[in-house]
Design a protein around this ligand. Structure first.
Ligand code: AMP
Ligand code: MG
Length: 410
């Protein structure tokens, strides 16, 4: 049986970034840029006022900051000055308005007082601090036409989406979201909306894996529950193989109805590994199916929900990251001190649901939750981390430092 690290290596090697595609920026949040983006404009595109006030020649205020100036016109953002400011005159400008020719400073409105008179009248200014450049944002200080403003590989956040809009890129080349098909298998499964009859349980893995995939930045596609029989499995698996990644749940253990590996082989999929030295999650199956453009990744996740979840975190999430053009990381790691004793037994690395907290001194403390094993989703729900215990017969004492894997917040 291979180790978690070996399994992750196999997965990473086979998960290559999806081909980039031109996408409207409204759909590009969180995606990785696949081009360097240059600006087609200077920004700001013209010298502009950063306050509401009066555009003046600073020289007019040079002596003591005091002047009375005739008002030539009023310019709002979006319009263009017509008059040229000369000594003894001023143009009233609003925030964002272009600076009129001749003016080299703006005095904020709070330091002025209008005086009625012919035309627009005049204004008395008292501002000893005004000097050339005051309250003017110069053309091109943020960026120049031709500048590379975003590099290939950048993950687009809200501010990058805004920057793309600013430089005229309504669509950009990005690595798309992988489509991840989710196929629960099992004769015993009924939908979450149903009341289970004798021998039935609700399909919790389908919705859980769809949510996990969405959170990892994939586009989940939920497929109807497949029954444990060859024909139904074959049909649904073929449907799932339309996607970039297929996540099956159940049917990969050693039971008489665990038919998934066989059906996958019939459909031409190649097994890369089956079973990992991992608890929970030992039955994990991973393989690929050749396709025209790129191999499809297939994960046969164990049926037990916590096993399924742990396998998703350890292997599927990094695969999705890679397809999205990023590094394969199975979540954030930390080290923490155990707050109570933990007895490790057996030959598999254990990922035990736990709560991680930060102490006032910045160190972390970790407490395994009360957890009844791989079917206990409620126990897992009390956790915000998985505490990692290497294989072996060992009792970890309170205060021992262990590795932990942090689980996502929403
Ligand atoms: P299997 O790997 O198919 O033998 O399933 C192992 C255990 O997980 C069994 O108790 C199943 O009933 C349970 N199980 C399988 N699939 C699901 C699912 N989609 N949701 C919740 N439990 C499941
Ligand atoms: Mg089953």
């Amino acid at each position: 049986m291979i180790t978690v690290e070996e399994a992750l290596q196999h997965v990473s090697e086979r998960a290559r970034p999806l081909s980039a595609r031109t996408t409207p920026i409204r759909d590009a949040l969180g995606l990785a840029l696949d081009e360097d983006v240059t600006s087609d404009i200077d920004s700001p595109p013209y010298d502009k006022s950063v306050v509401d006030g009066y555009a003046v020649m600073a020289a007019d205020l040079a002596r003591d900051g005091h002047a009375q100036l005739a008002i030539l016109e009023e310019v709002v953002a979006g319009s263009v000055p017509q008059a040229c400011v000369a000594s003894g005159s001023t143009t009233r400008v609003m925030t964002g308005a272009p600076i009129p020719k001749g003016a080299d400073a703006v005095v904020m409105i709070e330091r002025t007082e209008p005086v009625a008179g012919a035309g627009l009248g005049s204004v008395v200014i008292r501002d000893a601090s005004a000097k050339a450049g005051s309250n003017i944002l110069r053309r091109g200080v943020s960026l120049r036409a031709g500048d590379v403003v975003l590099r290939r590989g950048t993950r687009l956040r809200a501010m990058e989406i805004g920057l793309l809009a600013e430089v005229g890129r309504a669509a950009v080349r990005v690595v798309p979201r992988p489509r991840v098909a989710i196929l629960p298998t099992g004769n015993e499964l009924v939908d979450a909306s149903a009341t289970p009859a004798a021998g039935q349980i609700r399909n919790s893995n389908g919705p859980m894996l769809a949510a996990a995939a969405r959170q990892a930045g994939a586009e989940p596609i939920e497929i109807e529950i497949a029954r444990d029989e060859m024909a139904d499995l074959r049909r649904r698996i073929a449907e799932g193989l339309e996607a970039d990644v297929l996540l099956l749940s159940g049917g990969v253990s050693a039971g008489v109805l665990d038919l998934v590996p066989r059906v996958l082989a019939d459909l031409g999929a190649t097994e890369v590994f089956h079973k990992v030295r991992l608890k929970p999650g030992k039955p994990l199956w991973f393989g690929v199916q050749a396709a025209d453009d790129r191999a499809k990744l297939i994960f046969g996740l164990p049926g037990n929900p916590v096993s399924s979840f742990v396998c998703f975190e350890l292997f599927v999430r990094p695969a999705i990251e890679r397809l999205r053009g990023r590094d394969a990381t199975s979540g954030r790691r930390a080290q923490a001190r155990l707050t109570k004793e933990y007895r490790q037994r057996g030959d598999r690395t254990t990922y035990f649901p736990a709560t991680l907290s930060t102490r006032p001194d910045g160190t972390h403390a970790v407490t395994p939750v009360g957890w009844q094993g791989s079917a206990d989703l409620r126990g897992l729900s009390a956790a915000n981390a998985l505490a990692i215990f290497p294989p072996g017969e060992k009792t970890f004492a309170e205060g021992d430092v262990v590795d932990v894997l942090l689980l996502d917040e929403v």
